[in-house]
Design a binder for this molecule. Structure first.
Ligand code: ATP
Ligand code: MG
Length: 410
């Protein structure tokens, strides 16, 4: 996709307002980003990069950036379902519409609206006019009444302002009158990349992919770490992590997954420490290793899929004990959510089906019958006296496989 060049901008200035350059356009409305004050240019630039990346391989002629909207002109081979699906995964977009574009001419607009009405099926309708460019004469209400009367006469349908089957919308912008019947919801949030980097601890479960996605939605670029116990357990959790990262990469275009072999460390913990503390100790070592990986990646925080009270390791005291193993902030975007909400979000993202495939997760290795639901930092530090903590972290870091992901794939 080409940005408007200064020549194109000069052309646009010379053009009479309301003169379209194409018959079809996709109008994209920005979300929260329009509120971002002095950071706005930076956010918009990042969003531009992300849209260009997300639309790679889609036939686009050009795009024109306004303060609240982007108008994308598709090429002759427009694949709307594909374009729609791609845009629905770009954080920072509020909504978008596929539009017919008409000149600023009331007769042409009326005819366009009637055509749009003929293509839609409805018993009740409303007209919504938005005059983003006030140089267009008349008020929005006058236009709505005028166009509404024409549609009513042509179709016999009734007007319903609050609960209509069809909303026939006209947006008057400098580049023409844009007609459409649908605002496709975008994901909202902030463009990936504007909030810095984090590293997410990704298991093969339902929660951690959703947690990673939530931080992406706030503009974070997410790197991934997965711990596996191969060859003590099979490689199924690694396969799931790969497949999850592939899916999540559709929302951030480029990802890196570090797969850490963790089984030998777990053996040492099992051999040297009290059984009830095993899970908390596994987690502390995971955080220590993830911390180093985060530093190498330039990441400023870690992310986990923990929620409060879901399992024994997720009590307040255990969370505190686990956090004490790292000086990085540990973000837990799911802390206040219940499982049903998380599951419906996982379905929306597309990770649910992968997450529920059976696997052998490292946390199931040597788990005692009664894991501690309460622990203290003093207690785990005492237990860790039996271990060579630094050497074990170094050992974990020496057994990392790093995989790169791109989307759209070449
Ligand atoms: P999930 O559904 O994400 O597996 P969970 O509800 O099963 O979460 P736990 O098993 O207690 O909860 O794991 C808590 C968090 O610890 C996970 O959300 C994830 O961030 C991290 N974690 C657990 N196991 C692994 C693993 N094998 N590799 C990387 N991170 C892990
Ligand atoms: Mg799990």
């Amino acid at each position: 996709m080409t940005q408007v060049t200064s020549d194109a901008k000069a052309d646009a200035r010379k053009r009479q307002p309301g003169q379209p350059t194409a018959e079809t356009a996709v109008v994209v409305r920005l979300g929260e980003i329009t509120l971002k004050g002095r950071n706005r240019p930076l956010f918009v630039r990042q969003l531009g990069r992300n849209i260009r990346q997300a639309l790679k391989g889609v036939d686009i002629e050009n795009s024109d950036w306004g303060p609240q909207r982007i108008v994308i002109t598709p090429g002759p081979r427009l694949d709307w379902p594909e374009l729609r699906e791609r845009l629905q995964r770009v954080f920072g977009l509020r909504n978008f519409s596929l539009c017919r574009v008409l000149p600023w001419d009331l007769d042409a607009i009326r005819e366009g609206v009637l055509k749009m009405a003929a293509d839609a099926e409805f018993e009740s309708f409303r007209i919504t006019v938005q005059r983003s460019d006030k140089r267009f004469p008349g008020s929005s209400q006058e236009l709505e009444r005028e166009l509404g009367a024409a549609v009513q006469q042509a179709t016999g349908a009734r007007v319903d302002l609050t609960n209509a089957d069809a909303d026939l919308q006209v947006e008057i912008m400098p580049g023409g009158a844009f007609l459409h019947t649908e605002r496709v919801q975008g994901p909202g949030g902030l463009p990936v990349g504007v909030s810095g980097r984090v590293v997410a601890l990704l298991s093969g479960g339902i929660d951690s992919p959703v947690a990673a996605w939530r931080t992406m939605s706030r503009g974070c670029d997410v790197g991934f770490v997965h711990f596996q116990s191969f060859p003590y357990l099979d490689a199924s959790s690694r396969d799931k992590a790969i497949s999850l990262v592939r899916q999540l990469t559709q929302w951030q275009y480029r990802s890196r997954l570090h797969v850490v072999s963790f089984g030998d460390l777990q053996h040492k913990i099992v051999a040297g420490c009290p059984p009830p503390l095993r899970v908390v100790l596994y987690r502390r070592f995971m955080l220590r290793i993830a911390h180093v990986i985060a530093e190498r990646e330039g990441a400023e925080a870690l992310v986990t899929g923990e929620s409060l009270g879901q399992v024994s390791s997720q009590t307040l005291s255990n969370i505190a004990t686990i956090d004490a193993a790292t000086t990085l902030p540990v973000l837990r975007p799911l802390v206040g959510r219940d499982k049903e909400e998380i599951i419906s979000e996982a379905r929306h993202i597309g990770t649910f089906e992968t997450s529920i495939e059976p696997d052998q997760d490292c946390c199931t290795l040597f788990v005692p019958r009664n894991p501690a639901t309460h622990s203290t930092v003093a207690e785990v530090e005492a237990a860790e006296q039996a271990l060579e903590v630094e050497a074990m972290v170094a050992e974990g870091l020496a057994n990392v496989e790093t995989l790169e992901f791109r989307w759209p794939e070449a």
